[in-house]
Design a protein around this ligand. Sequence first.
Ligand code: AMP
Ligand code: MN
Ligand code: MN
Ligand code: MN
Length: 281
Amino acid sequence: MSASSPVDLHLHSTASDGMLDPAALVAHVAACGVKLMALTDHDTVAGVAAAADAARAHGIGFVAGVELSAAWRGRTIHVLGLALDPANPTLTLALERQQALRNERAERIAARLDAAGAPGTAALATIRAAGSLPTRTHFARELVAAGAAADVAAAFKRWLGSGRPGNVASEWPELTEATGWILAAGGKAAIAHPMRYALSAGARREMCTEFAAAGGHGVEVSTGGGGVHDREQAISLAVRCRLEGSVGSDFHDPSVPWNPPGRLAKLPDSIRPIWSDFQPA
Ligand code: AMP
Ligand code: MN
Ligand code: MN
Ligand code: MN
């Protein structure tokens, strides 16, 4: 069993679907022993400035990040942008477009839930009032609060997951286009949780090869929820596609005990860390 890494480059705050606001997230992450972190909210950098301030106060390394929703061969793929300039104009325009897509999709999710007998429109009103960029996670939590599901996992299973009424597609940008925005903002791009997509091993390699050709840098080798087998597959993906490795818990919620920040396995020596050239703010 290898020791855990003091690096965590995949974390969510209340700017998207995390439960902790940026300052509280950083305090939690620092208390968990993380020495270098990235805030990677879904399609927004709204939490980055507050998180950077908090990281300075706690004396831990911080880089700005984002988790972009993208598409490859019609499937939704998440690509992390790390150590980017959150004020870059190309990125800013792109995020406005992503946010418009999310807001439109949220309306469709609400309508589809209503039609299926769940309180979708009421959920969306509460989500909007709270001010976060809407994700399916927000709908899941509201459906739990309304008694339409026992917990978030059950809400995905019944209402929001694959094949369910609230699993609404969106016109996400192609993976290569999203990667280009990250590069334009001076960041490094990494495929998030590479084993979580329903792709064959061959298709996964093709995706990573195209990603590398488009200037993508890395792949998340150690990620929350992934088992030992997933990690081994991700390592071989990184080696075969000549990608650097990232480490990120995909932490959202401190009440989920099995996925705390900063408890992931270190990268093997054969994989170059994506953060080796980061200059934390
Ligand atoms: P979205 O990007 O709006 O489609 O929402 C995706 C988010 O939903 C992911 O980032 C996860 O945080 C969450 N999610 C997806 N599937 C599940 C699941 N089965 N259980 C809990 N959370 C999930
Ligand atoms: Mn999420
Ligand atoms: Mn993701
Ligand atoms: Mn994530």
